[in-house]
Design a protein around this ligand. Structure first.
Ligand code: FAD
Length: 451
């Protein structure tokens, strides 16, 4: 039997009433300001067809999908905290970027630095359009934004939470809060699950505990290999006089290279108070998550601010020098660019009062370099508040992606971020949770029905 270290065991709440923001009823946040009394007593061993460990995105969707296929199944969700779906609640800045408008399985896998090969088959069975369809069938209308991200039309993550709550009620799925699982053991074709409060028995487990170190330790004791977790989806900290006065300035399509590595990416880039952010940076942080961790987040980047070739810029510059040589650089931009960034570059190069005709070769080289090969030293990372995930988790080689079942233990299924799967920002991380829990649910339901 694998057991969690004592300090990882979740503490039960006292008998005092709880006012945790809005009160929580059966794990769901309620609007009414009433005290909730949560009683904890050890109950006799309870038997289930499926116990889902972890009341997050993957856990809820897996439980509901199983119940839809196997209506008489006895299903329980065990959640260690006093609230379910907390990440869904804060996701996408409170709007929940629930998936992405990508409808081709192969194309979809390109967004996953970890898990791209493994997800190809599963995406053929359940992809973004399927999730949008399921939501619509369950009363949640979605919309696709210009960059492909999909949100509930309400712009509120609560709509998704309400939808899951309604489905749990409809299917009689039980939820127990404050039940952090501390040990798992398998005997006589049944799983025994212990929390500090209770003992449970179940035929199948869907483990969907996200990036929780204590559960990974538990799985390690059970023989599973855990790929060391490191953060993904972060922004780069830079202290530099060029960008320091420019927070809020963005460019639509920059190319960013991490020097001395193979990593480079394109996309919108935003200057922040701490350095640089935006899709180009977040994508790089995901692809290079492990290498940047090894570098202790100290490295150099090179920004091509408009993803423009040096040759094109030199040609443009020659043309302007011929046609409008007497124009001051500060009044006439070489390329379409945020004016404050352009002026910052000119000040940096001491070219504010020069006209195009008077530029020396050194001035021209300086201008081309700052536009195409602008180097910065990155010293540290910051959290991107709209979305972050962990790179690392259960080694995917030990999981059967046709069923999401462990290759080491029978009737132990995995879904979501607990696996060594993660994606760039844009709704892809949730889609991995929906897809893996859907696949697991199909298999679990089949087993329940044939039992
Ligand atoms: C701020 C933020 C914003 C995000 N926004 C987006 C977004 O807009 N779009 C997107 O695609 N992705 C987003 N993500 C990523 C996304 O939230 C995760 O990929 C997703 O929640 C993973 O789902 P999960 O069910 O695997 O894990 P989680 O949602 O983390 O759920 C795991 C649950 O298991 C519980 N648990 C842990 N240990 C135990 C235990 N021992 N016993 C019982 N329960 C346990 C936890 O308390 C938790 O409730 C965001 C992440 C963050 C942090």
């Amino acid at each position: 039997m694998a057991v969690l270290p004592r300090d990882e065991v979740s503490t039960p709440s006292s008998l005092a009433p709880k006012y945790l923001g809005n009160p929580v009823v059966n794990g769901f946040e309620s609007q009414a300001k009433i005290p909730i009394f949560i009683l904890h007593k050890r109950e006799n061993k309870m038997n289930y067809d499926l116990i889902v460990i972890g009341g997050g995105a993957a856990g809820f969707f897996g439980a509901i999908q199983t119940a839809e296929r196997s209506p008489n199944a006895k299903i329980l969700i065990l959640e260690k905290s006093q609230k379910v779906l907390s990440k869904v609640k804060i996701s996408g800045g409170g709007r929940c970027n629930v998936t992405h408008s990508c409808f081709d399985p192969k194309e979809m896998t390109a967004y996953y630095p970890r898990g791209n090969k493994e997800l190809r088959g599963p995406f053929h069975r359940f992809l973004c359009g399927d999730m949008m369809g399921w939501l619509e069938d369950n009363g949640v209308e979605t919309k696709i934004e210009d960059d492909g991200r999909v949100f509930p039309i309400s712009n509120s993550s609560q709509t998704i939470i309400d939808c899951f709550q309604k489905n749990c009620n409809k299917h009689g799925i039980e939820i127990k809060l404050g039940n952090g699982v501390t040990s798992l053991s398998y005997e006589n074709e049944l799983w025994n699950i212990k929390t500090k409060e209770n003992d449970f028995q179940t035929t199948s487990i869907l483990l969907a505990t996200g990036s929780t170190p204590s559960v990974w330790n538990l799985l390690k004791e059970m023989g599973h290999k855990i790929i060391e977790p490191v953060p993904s989806l972060f922004t780069f900290n830079i202290q530099h006089h060029l960008i320091k006065p420019l927070p809020g300035i963005s460019v639509p399509d920059a190319n960013v290279k991490i020097l001395d590595t193979k990593y480079e990416d394109n996309g919108p880039l935003l200057i922040t108070h701490w350095g640089v952010s935006g899709p180009a940076i977040l994508k790089l942080s995901a692809w290079a998550a492990r290498e940047l961790n090894e570098k202790d987040y100290k490295f150099q980047i090179e920004i091509n601010w408009l993803n423009e070739t040096e040759e094109n810029l030199r040609d443009n510059l020659s043309a302007i020098r011929k046609a409008s040589g007497n124009r001051l650089l500060r009044n006439f931009q070489l390329i379409y660019f945020p004016k404050r960034l352009w002026h910052g570059m000119l000040e940096n190069l001491k070219l504010m009062d020069k006209n195009y005709a008077s530029l020396t070769k050194q001035d021209i080289d300086g201008l081309i370099n700052i536009l195409c090969k602008c180097k910065f030293t990155v010293n540290g990372k910051s959290t991107f508040k709209d979305e972050f995930v962990t790179c690392g988790g259960i080694d995917t080689k030990e999981v059967n992606f046709k069923t999401m079942e462990s290759k080491l233990h029978p009737n132990l299924f995995f879904a979501g971020e607990v696996l060594n799967i993660d994606a760039v920002t844009g709704g892809f991380n949730f889609q991995a949770a929906w897809t893996t829990s859907f696949i697991a649910a199909e298999e679990i339901a089949t087993q329940i029905l044939t039992h």
